[in-house]
Design a protein around this ligand. Structure first.
Ligand code: SAM
Length: 364
C-alpha cells in the first residue's frame, strides 16, 4: 500500500471554472454519463459484503438577516430536510440531525489529517482580528477556531440555520448565500476559510473574486475540497461496486445541477484563486483512508473515524443527488444498502483524495 495521507505533490490547475450546466429538471433525463450503472442494477445484485459488514464499524467505536421562519421552512425530499431555496443557493445534502452528526465526525477526522490543526495557512495570531468561515455548516470548525483564537472575531455564514446558539463569545453566525453578493466590508478579513463546498458553487471564479474583495491586504484564504471518487490502490474498489459508482453519480448529478463535483480533479479552486489575484498559492493533497485498514496507527484511527462519519449518514449525502438523477426512493435505498456493506468491509481498502490550498492577498 502506498502511504495514505502523503501529499501527492502539486497538481497543475488545468482548467478554470466548470461550465454551468442546466439546472436540475423536475423530470430528469435518463442517465447517459459513461460508466454509470442503471438505478435498477442494485436490486439484482448479491449482497456480497454481508459477511463482515458490521465488524469494521464496531472497531471504529474506539446576509446579516435574522433567522426568519421562511428560512426555517426546509425542503423535504424522501423524508430528509434540505435548506429552503434562497436566491441562487442550492445545497445538495441534508441539514438534519443525522447529517449534522456525520459532518461533525468528519470534522474530527479532518483535524487529525491535518496533524491536529485547523488550518495549514501560516497564520500569525497577532495579525488575526477578523475571520470568515463560508458555508460554516454546524459551525464546528468556526467554534474550534474561536476557542483557539480568543483574540479574533469569527463570522460563520451559511444558507442553513443549523448552528448552535451556545457558542464562544467571539463567534457570530449569519445567514448569507455565498453565491450572491457578499454583505461584508471590503478588505476586512484576515483569514477566509471555505471547506466542503463542492457541489454547492455555480461559479468558483466569482466566489474567489468576492473572497478577494473581502480579504484584507496580507490576509490569507484557505480552501479544503475533496475528490468525489472513492478509490483503492489494490483493486479492492472497482468501477462496478457501489463505492466505485459513488463519484460518478455525484459528477453526473453535479453536471445536471450546474454545480461541479470535480473541483479536485480540475484544479478549479487554484485557478479561481489565481484569477482573483491571490498570490503564494500552496497546495497539499492527502489520501484519506476509509476504514481501519491502514497499518499505521494514526492513519488507522483517521480511517475508522472517517468510516464512522460516512456510515452514519450516506443517505444525507445521496438523496438529493439521486432525486436529481431520477432514481426512485427504493432504488436509492438498495444502492445505499450495498454502499454501507462495502463501507464496513475490512477487505476493501478505500480512500478519497482531499486537497488543501491556501494563498495570500498581496499587500496594498
Ligand atoms: C458539507 S457542508 C460543510 C460545512 C462546513 N464548512 C464544514 O466543513 O464542516 C456545506 C455547507 O455549505 C452550505 N452552503 C451550501 N451552499 C451555500 C451557499 N450558497 N451559501 C452559503 N452556504 C452554503 C450548506 O448549507 C452546508 O452547511
Amino acid at each position: 500500500m502506498s502511504q495514505p495521507n502523503k501529499p501527492k505533490g502539486e497538481e497543475t490547475a488545468s482548467q478554470g471554472v466548470d461550465a454551468p450546466a442546466s439546472t436540475a429538471a423536475d423530470t430528469p433525463a435518463p442517465i447517459t454519463a459513461e460508466g454509470i450503472l442503471p438505478a435498477d442494477h442494485w436490486a439484482q445484485l448479491d449482497e456480497s459484503y454481508e459477511d463482515d459488514a458490521d465488524s469494521a464499524l464496531d472497531d471504529a467505536a474506539t446576509s446579516t438577516a435574522s433567522i426568519t421562519s421562511s428560512i426555517l421552512n426546509y425542503r423535504k425530499i424522501h423524508g430528509r430536510t434540505f435548506h429552503s431555496d434562497q436566491g441562487n443557493a442550492q445545497s445538495w445534502f441534508a441539514n438534519d440531525e443525522a447529517q449534522r452528526e456525520s459532518m461533525d465526525i468528519t470534522h474530527h477526522a479532518f483535524t487529525l489529517i491535518l496533524g491536529d490543526k485547523l488550518h495549514l495557512a501560516p497564520l500569525e495570531k497577532r495579525k488575526l482580528h477578523k475571520v470568515l468561515d463560508v458555508g460554516t455548516g454546524t459551525g464546528i470548525w468556526a467554534i474550534d477556531f474561536a476557542d483557539e483564537h480568543p483574540e479574533a472575531v469569527i463570522i460563520g455564514t451559511d444558507v442553513s440555520p443549523i448552528q448552535p446558539t451556545w457558542v464562544p463569545p467571539n463567534i457570530r453566525f449569519e445567514i448569507e448565500d455565498c453565491t450572491g453578493p457578499w454583505s461584508f466590508e471590503p478588505n476586512s478579513f484576515d483569514y477566509v476559510h471555505l471547506r466542503f463546498l463542492l457541489g454547492s458553487i455555480d461559479n468558483w471564479d466569482l466566489l474567489m473574486q468576492r473572497a478577494f474583495e473581502a480579504c484584507a491586504p496580507g490576509g490569507y484564504i484557505e480552501s479544503f475540497e475533496p475528490s468525489s471518487y472513492l478509490e483503492s490502490d489494490d483493486g479492492t474498489v472497482t468501477g462496478k461496486m457501489a463505492m466505485g459508482q459513488w463519484g460518478k453519480l455525484f459528477v453526473e448529478g453535479g453536471r445536471r445541477m450546474g454545480r461541479s463535483f470535480e473541483v479536485y480533479q480540475k484544479g478549479t479552486v487554484r485557478a479561481a484563486l489565481e484569477k482573483a489575484g491571490f498570490v503564494d498559492v500552496h497546495e497539499e493533497n492527502f489520501k484519506v483512508p476509509i476504514g481501519g485498514w491502514p497499518k499505521d496507527a494514526r492513519l488507522k484511527e483517521i480511517g475508522q473515524i472517517t468510516q464512522l462519519g460516512f456510515s452514519k449518514d450516506p443517505e444525507g449525502y445521496m438523496v438529493f443527488l439521486a432525486h436529481t438523477l431520477g432514481w426512485k426512493r427504493e432504488e436509492t435505498l438498495v444502492y445505499l444498502a450495498h454502499l454501507k456493506r462495502e463501507l464496513c468491509s475490512s477487505r476493501i481498502h478505500s480512500f478519497y483524495m482531499q486537497k488543501v490550498i491556501w494563498a495570500r492577498k498581496p499587500e496594498a
